[in-house]
Write a protein that binds this ligand. Sequence first.
Ligand code: HEM
Length: 425
Amino acid sequence: MLQLSLSWLGLGTLAASPWLLLLLLGASWLLARFLAWIYTIYDNSHRLRCFPQPPKRNWFWGHMGMAKWKRLASEGSTRLDMFEHISLMTLDSLQKCVFSFDSNCQERPSEYIAAILELSALVTKRAQQIFLHLDFLYYLTPDGWRFRRACRLVHEFTDAVIRERRRILTRQGSHAFLKAKAKARTLDFIDVLLLAKDENGKGLSDEDIRAEADTFMFEGHDTTASGLSWVLYNLARHPEYQERCRQEVRQLLGDREPPEIEWDDLARLPFLTMCIKESLRLHPPVTVISRCCTQDVLLPDGRVIPKGNICVISIFGVHHNPSVWPNPEVYNPFRFDPETPQKRSPLAFIPFSVGPRNCIGQTFAMAEMKVVLALTLLRFRVLCDEAPPRRKPELILRAEGGLWLRVEPLRADPPRPCTQPLADS
Ligand code: HEM
């Protein structure tokens, strides 16, 4: 079991699974659940529409790097590493949703975004070096030094936003503050946290808010970038599904000008949703999770996992189990066709995990993936690169050397078949 100090988030040494290292355990899960609950209420009452500039040009739209891709592909077609570009896009949109901050990091370097990317890379590297799990050793190494410097930078950014926002909140009072935010539709995650109170009317401390905001920045970018990169790859390998998704989006948008997707549209993209789900099955962004048994667990073959043991659960293994998923290596979106529901256990498909510690960002992630995929397919065709990618399961499922695809702006010619071998490595 890995032991890492998460002191940069104001916590002591904690037992952490590889995935939990990524989660950074920044905030108490109770707090996180509380926030999930707030978000559900916001979602249900459609108050999420208060986010910056919705529904037109809302969070993802302006933060999708479409202009950049268009420019890069201006010669007709270009090779792009999906992870590199999409991670910047997911960071950009998260920074907007969490802090209302336009980093424009897809166009020009951002110190804050660079620090988050560096921290993610350092956490992954450290997880593989068991002797560096001790803080005092780690901080003596150049990586440890870089880690602390990047943490400082991230914290300073978050602290400055919280300080300024709290100043405004104190001056205006919560009622006027919320009213102004709702009117201007500029409510963001920091505002939600600042306004949150427990049943005794006690709010969150600045440290709590910082931990929550930083956790969301970390949780939300790599995972969603991995999900999106692999779905684009799967659609590049299957141009017929790619075209069907595109037709679905075109039909939905009709002659809407500008072609923007609104909240209610998200439920009107059934085939695109099936494609995303099948990709999350075949290439789950989080491949393993771990759980500590709180009671003896009896396995079907009679063996018992004793209480107190920590089990690693392979999401990848569950999603590739041939007794549950016939021909598990085949990308077949119709497995998720709501018209022909399959008799499968609800635990057969668990990209966001299940139970009380499942992903609290899954609705957000699915919305982001649908919007980004729909608008990307509307403007671009994605094609396979020459060499098929090799899966690289780190804390997040990546591809060795990046996930390279060819992207071309759409013209009227029909989709070309993919020449790449279908066998995934
Ligand atoms: C495709 C995208 C995503 C995938 C596949 C994914 C997957 C997961 C999984 C499997 C877990 C559970 C880990 C465990 O059980 O140990 C988790 C937890 C979590 N995720 Fe996500 N996630 C995604 C996107 C996001 C986004 C966008 C956010 C935030 C904006 C987010 C925030 C969180 C948080 C805070 C937790 C910890 C919850 C807790 O411990 O109670 N995730 N995610």
